[in-house]
Design a protein around this ligand. Structure first.
Ligand code: IPE
Ligand code: IPE
Ligand code: MG
Length: 249
């Protein structure tokens, strides 16, 4: 049970939370500010949610920072997002390291500048031995890309004889996806009011619980996060079984 809320039920094990941090642009527009101001405010919201995950002892947090489709935005916005990513990687990693957070970045990283790729490599190397929260940043990530790259790696192993085609099963697929080795997301949160996946994690969302809120990402805070967690704990995860079967267990 949580120290903040002793009445919170912990019916379901919550190991992995994934978040589509949406609504930065609308948050800024409402304030007659440039969209970029919304992205900056979004970074502050993220900082607090990472801290909340550490406090709540969540094992894994995966956030959607930049989708493989976000390159379609105006060049200026993409450029500013890359600058923000660069600044965040340079300035935030030390703090994460101090909190024992293990940082990983998932996505097709070769599309990023050399500078960003170097910063990612350094951040990942610095925090790789940390044993606290695993914090995945999905950047130039797409769920379809992930399944495709896993399929290609498996095909290469079949071609070379390292793997037999009849041995391909869900475990083999899982072991080649970007989030391999981690528990599957239990709770998916999307802020900003849209009710879609937008090509975020696909394979591992098969049995995830969804929570949608109209709150725009920069306004998202620990209170709303805990509401989402409470909602998760109040659900019955049946994984195909009947409710009566679960009561018998
Ligand atoms: C999410 O906020 C951040 C990124 C996609 C990088 P948006 O920028 O999509 O904000 P809205 O949806 O336009 O309000
Ligand atoms: C999804 O948000 C991607 C991120 C939050 C990084 P979008 O704002 O890009 O999603 P769509 O385009 O509305 O589906
Ligand atoms: Mg959006």
């Amino acid at each position: 049970m949580s120290a903040d809320n002793p009445t919170r039920s912990t019916g379901n094990a919550l190991k992995h939370v994934c978040i589509i941090m949406d609504g930065n642009g609308r948050w800024a527009k409402k304030r007659f500010m440039p969209r970029f101001a919304g992205h900056k405010a979004g970074l502050s919201a993220l900082r607090k949610i990472v801290a909340s995950c550490v406090e709540e002892k969540i094992e894994v947090l995966t956030v959607f920072a930049f989708s493989s489709e976000n390159w379609r935005r105006p060049d200026k916005e993409v450029g500013l997002l890359m600058e923000l990513f660069t600044t965040a990687l340079s300035r935030e990693v030390k703090k994460l390291h101090e909190h024992n957070v293990q940082l990983r970045v998932v996505g097709e990283l070769s599309a990023f500048s050399e500078k960003i790729q170097t910063l990612i490599d350094e951040a990942v190397a610095l925090t790789s031995e940390n044993t606290g929260l695993v914090f995945n940043i999905a950047a130039n990530y797409g769920g379809r890309w992930d399944i495709m790259q896993a399929s290609k790696s498996i095909a290469v192993k079949v071609q070379s004889g390292e793997l037999d085609i009849n041995d391909i099963d869900e475990n083999i697929m899982e072991a080649h996806l970007s989030l391999r080795g981690l528990p599957e997301p239990d709770l998916f949160i999307r802020t900003g009011g849209e009710k879609r996946i937008s090509n975020f994690i696909l394979w591992q969302l098969a049995y995830c619980e969804f929570y949608f809120t109209d709150t725009l990402w920069p306004d998202f805070n620990k209170k709303i996060f805990l509401e989402a967690i409470d909602s998760f704990h109040a659900r019955q995860r049946r994984f195909g079984r009947t409710g009566d079967q679960l009561k018998e267990e």
